[in-house]
Ligand binder design. Structure first.
Ligand code: HEM
Length: 417
């Protein structure tokens, strides 16, 4: 997801949604919000309203309602009522104009096209390669006895997988990962405007060459499939192709890294749950669903705007207001989940919404599930005595309201030497 992470609000808020203290454990605050203010009006510095929606029922209502809520602020009404923040978002770069930020009929068309290429079969076929990548990354650190799980394993694994799926050669992987970082939250990566522009331009040039090449020499990769995708006589144009590849690259690793990081941490902090997984590895599939629910990688959805005055959970949301649903809060709502704050890898009837819902439901969910399962199963099988190398209270979490993920996860294990 390429939406810019939010900066600190200037106006004091009733709920602290931005401090490192909150990020360390947001769940008590979300529980209070669900109780006291399930639709919380946050005043942005420009005076506009951002609604944070925290209850499962309200969150699912909004995500399913693409009639009253849109993703492209230019489709909200009336044009003049959109806040400065929204206008800034509307001006995002061409490379960021993709289906995640579009509405029907554009969204329907783009999603139909990409679904032709991003098929379940293509994902299933990747399993042995994902396993090989996971083993290779573990081989590289095994003798060291320590690693930062994020830098050494959780981040490179999904980057390598998505590059491989797209057909980006190994020799270009590091470069492409660097370019794709320039597209994500540029403010938080200390990149000035011209440096970012240079990188985005270099990236689009690289992609254009790749598209040309695959048109002439199609291969068995996702870029070739995207170039050839055709639905009802319609095809991607070049700008759409570039932004689709950028979207897949960014969503393909910014989220899965957190499934691996948050999932590993949750299991290390719940040794009995980990023991039951070691005893019965067939539980992994169910466990991944529970880890997605318990501490999911995406905290809030991307922004939506009200197209007209609409009432959600008894609260009036005005036309043009910006809405963010809090997925990690909905997934801990006791009206939906029994003992929601308990990690239970054998939980049944787990209707979590870590992948969203409705027309923008995560396209990459099958890939993310496969990567998460292989990564965590491999990690705990190869390192049966893995431990945190510092108290969990000292871990640092990424800032911003979009993602929920650790900056580092330092781990140690005994080596034979
Ligand atoms: C555990 C990992 C992942 C999580 C938790 C996740 C979560 C999400 C969520 C919540 C949305 C909807 C956002 C909204 O409605 O505002 C979404 C959309 C999307 N995700 Fe994922 N995602 C993950 C991995 C991936 C992967 C691996 C890919 C592709 C390689 C991917 C591709 C996409 C795309 C293309 C969309 C936009 C779909 C649309 O607008 O129709 N995601 N994801």
């Amino acid at each position: 997801m390429s939406e810019k992470e939010e900066s600190q609000p200037l106006v004091p808020q009733q709920y602290d949604l931005f401090s490192p203290l909150f990020k360390a454990d947001p769940f008590p605050t979300f529980a209070r919000m669900r109780q006291e203010a399930p639709l919380h009006a946050h005043q942005a510095p420009d005076g506009s309203t951002i609604w944070y929606i925290t209850r499962y029922e309200d969150v699912t209502t909004v995500l399913r309602d693409d009639q009253n809520f849109c993703k492209d602020p230019r489709n909200a009404c009336p044009a003049g009522a959109i806040s400065t923040a929204s206008r800034k978002t509307a001006a995002h770069q061409r490379i960021n104009e993709n289906m995640l930020f579009s509405d029907p009929p554009d969204h329907t068309r783009l999603r139909a096209l990409v679904s032709q290429a991003f098929t379940p079969r293509r994902v299933e076929r990747l399993a042995p390669r994902i396993q090989a990548i996971a083993d290779q990354l573990i081989d590289q650190v095994q003798a060291l006895g320590e690693m930062d799980l994020i830098a050494a394993f959780a981040l490179p694994l999904p980057v390598f997988v998505i590059c491989e799926m797209l057909g980006i050669p190994d020799s270009d992987r590091e470069q492409v990962a660097d370019w794709s970082q320039a597209i994500i939250s540029p403010g938080s990566r200390n990149l000035n405007y011209s440096a970012r522009k240079r990188k985005v331009r270099a990236f689009t040039t690289y992609l254009e060459q790749m598209f040309m090449d695959r048109q002439i020499n199609p291969r068995d990769d996702l870029v070739s499939a995207l170039v050839q995708a055709e639905e009802a006589g319609d095809k991607f144009n070049e700008a759409e192709l570039s932004s689709m590849v950028a979207l897949l690259l960014v969503t393909g690793h910014e989220t899965t890294v957190n499934l691996i990081g948050n999932g590993a941490l949750a299991l290390l902090l719940h040794p009995q749950q980990l023991t039951s997984l070691k005893r019965d590895p067939t539980l992994w599939e169910q466990a991944i669903e529970e880890l997605l629910r318990y501490d999911g990688p995406v905290e809030t959805s991307t922004s939506r705007w009200a197209r007209k005055d609409v009432t959600i959970g008894g609260q009036l949301i005005r036309c043009g207001d910006l809405v963010r649903v809090v997925l990690t809060s909905a997934n801990r709502d006791s009206h939906q989940f029994e003992n929601p704050d308990m990690l239970d890898v054998q939980r049944g009837n787990n209707k979590h919404i870590a992948f969203g819902l409705g027309i923008h439901y995560c396209l990459g969910a099958p890939l993310a599930r496969l990567e998460g399962t292989i990564a965590l199963e491999t990690l705990f099988r190869r390192f049966p005595n893995l431990r945190l190398s510092l108290p969990a209270s000292q871990l640092q979490w990424r800032s911003g309201v979009l993602f929920r993920g650790l900056r580092q996860l330092p781990l140690v294990w005994p080596t034979s030497n």
